[in-house]
Design a binder for this molecule. Structure first.
Ligand SMILES: [Cu+2]
Length: 89
């Protein structure tokens, strides 16, 4: 399970595009742990759904990575205040 924070750039039933902060380590599809720079990328929505999530929201997520290449799936999503300082590149 991995963790990051970021700003929602787009949201649909299939994905949340999140401009996320840099992560010190994420497990890649080949099983290695590598850092990930700040970027915008899609995450599959959490089981709890996307109700109330809008473009511009700042969120904190726990997400899981699957070796079969499926999208990174949000497991837990917490909304943060929109003025939360983020380090985004
Ligand atoms: Cu990324």
């Amino acid at each position: 399970m991995f963790h990051t924070r970021g700003r929602v750039e787009a949201v649909s039933a299939r994905a949340i595009d999140l401009h996320h902060e840099a992560m010190s380590a994420i497990r890649t599809y080949d099983g290695q742990l590598k850092p990930m720079m700040s970027m915008t990328m899609p995450f599959a929505p959490p089981p709890s759904g996307i109700a109330g999530i809008e473009v511009g929201d700042v969120i904190e997520i726990d997400f899981s990575v699957h070796k079969d290449g499926a999208p990174l799936r949000i497991v837990k999503l917490t909304e943060l205040p929109r003025d939360t300082p983020l380090v985004l590149e």
